[in-house]
Design a protein around this ligand. Structure first.
Ligand code: ADP
Ligand code: MG
Length: 480
């Protein structure tokens, strides 16, 4: 692994240093420890927040919006120039098939291009008021933003969270996930070399309960954005509430894809399969429940069985359909669901693990189960693994009731040739994003993304994110 590229350490105010402790870096494809991650705790978070505050009244805060945008665009080009190294680093650290890791690099660069371009495009308004007044609004940065991110898509989430915050003139403290911090560290180094002023981005790797909790509840933080589990999200919100600061929470999901009996199955099938295999199902916006009109349930299951039987899980660098699961612990949790499923559900189809996959890697074959009742555990809970469930329904009302019948509401998809139905469903489905005759798992950089219900609140991505990463100030002038 290219550990020299991801310079390990805690980055505070442009200086890299050791932390008070280290954690092992594991390659999930082999299960081997390949290095050590320097981790920070509450003291490092304190210093990082102070450094970010300092940057706001120093070189970073002195830049114009256009200059900020130019710096971000330059970082984007530098990311692309290092695409191969970044992709390999992510593939090895997360266990993500190389092509998928490369797509994450391209997405990160695209975020930098998008938010670099948007940095000087968000402006205030003038408001008609009483005679003798001029009233206008200013869009200002929050100040110091905290970013606590998960291990499944480090680069994409840095793109949508950190780069949008920087575009609006905030400074940032990033706490990557302890299971996969390397591309966050590599990104910080690339950003530094591309001219991001010291202190604008500080990185404190470390444990969630340690560095993460310190960041979420730090009194010097003005905004917290978090992507991860619903349980931890609620803890983050509670910690931030002590300081009455806003939070953006991108949490779990159990996103449905509704397949009606007039759907173009050839078009839908790759999306229905991909929901289980993209990043080995470790995707919060995965379309991980297939709701199918009963008349075509068996036909669809037959076609899924055929597809799933052709899927192979193997080492990330071998770039197969699925890589390993991130850790032995996550794999054991998924296996718990699979045990229940094998006992209580019908296995429709299953892939395989490559015969030469290293024995220590955390591999699971992709699996799909049919005829699932909507209230079954596997139809309700986020599995975060390569497991797809097929739930039959009779009509549109029942489909909507099932689709909306979990505590989550991140994404929903609908497949039908009935145009009226598509527009009706777009309104009826409870989700932050609805895909009609396609499915995007979070969609492109331009598309606002976020949840309702237990999937969280606030929106990242697209232009909308810039509202979340800024505050509105109203200025009322009386001039007679
Ligand atoms: P997952 O279950 O996908 O690992 P988590 O919600 O546990 O997701 O973790 C997402 C991020 O939140 C990680 O960076 C993790 O270190 C961090 N985290 C975990 N627990 C806490 C906590 N109590 N306070 C703050 N951050 C935390
Ligand atoms: Mg790792």
């Amino acid at each position: 692994m290219d550990l020299e590229f991801a310079r390990r350490g805690v980055l505070i105010d442009g200086r890299w240093r050791e932390g008070p402790q280290t954690l092992p870096i594991e390659d999930p494809s082999t299960g081997e420890t390949v290095g050590e991650l320097a981790c920070g705790g509450a003291a490092e978070v304190d210093e990082a927040v102070a450094a970010a505050r300092g940057a706001l009244s120093d070189a970073w805060g002195a830049l114009s919006a256009a200059e900020r945008g130019r710096v971000l665009a330059k970082i984007g080009q530098a990311v692309l120039a290092q695409a191969d190294r970044l992709a390999e680093l992510e593939a090895r650290d997360v266990g993500k098939p190389l092509r998928q890791a490369r797509a994450d690099v391209v997405a990160l660069a695209r975020y930098l291009e998008f938010y670099g371009g948007a940095a000087d495009k968000l402006h205030g308004e003038t408001i008609p008021y009483l005679p003798g007044y001029t009233v206008y609004t200013l869009r200002e940065p929050h100040g110091v933003t905290g970013h606590i991110i998960p291990w499944n898509y480090p680069m994409q989430i840095i793109g949508r969270s950190v780069t949008a915050a920087l575009a609006m003139g905030n400074a940032a403290v990033l706490k990557p996930a302890e299971q996969a911090s390397l591309t966050a560290l590599a990104f910080a180094r690339i950003a530094e070399e591309a001219g991001l002023p010291a202190g604008a981005l500080n990185v404190v790797p470390g444990l969630g309960a340690d560095a993460g909790a310190a960041l979420a509840g730090h009194p010097g933080i003005d905004h917290v954005s978090f992507t991860g589990s619903t349980v931890v999200g609620a803890m983050i919100q509670a910690a931030a509430a002590k300081n009455a600061v806003p939070v953006t929470l991108e949490l779990g999901g159990k996103s449905p894809q509704l397949v009606f009996d007039d759907a173009d199955l050839d078009r839908a099938l790759p999306f229905l399969v991909n929901a289980a295999i993209q990043n080995a199902g470790q995707t919060c916006s995965a379309g991980s429940r297939i709701l199918v009109q009963r008349r075509i349930h068996d036909e669809l299951c037959g076609r899924l069985a055929e597809r799933f039987s052709g899927l192979t899980s193997g080492p990330a660098m071998a770039d197969m359909d699925l890589g390993p699961i991130i850790t032995a612990r996550q794999k054991a949790m998924i296996e718990g669901y699979l045990e229940t499923a094998r006992r209580e559900l019908t296995l429709v189809g299953q892939g395989q693990v490559a015969a030469d996959a290293p024995a220590g890697g955390h591999y699971l074959p992709a699996a799909v189960f049919g005829g699932v009742k909507p209230d079954h555990r596997l139809a309700q809970e986020e599995i975060f693994g390569p497991v797809q469930v097929v739930i039959p329904f009779d009509d549109e009302d029942e489909a909507v009731a099932i689709a909306n019948g979990t505590p989550y509401g991140l994404v929903a998809g609908a497949w039908t040739r009935d145009g009226d139905r598509l527009f009706r469903l777009a309104r009826r489905l409870r989700a932050g994003q609805v895909f009609l005759n396609n499915y995007g798992a979070g969609g492109g950089v331009e598309l606002p993304f976020g949840g309702v219900g237990r999937s969280g609140h606030g929106r990242e991505k697209g232009f909308e994110a810039l509202y979340g990463f800024s505050v509105l100030k109203t200025v009322a002038a009386h001039h007679g």
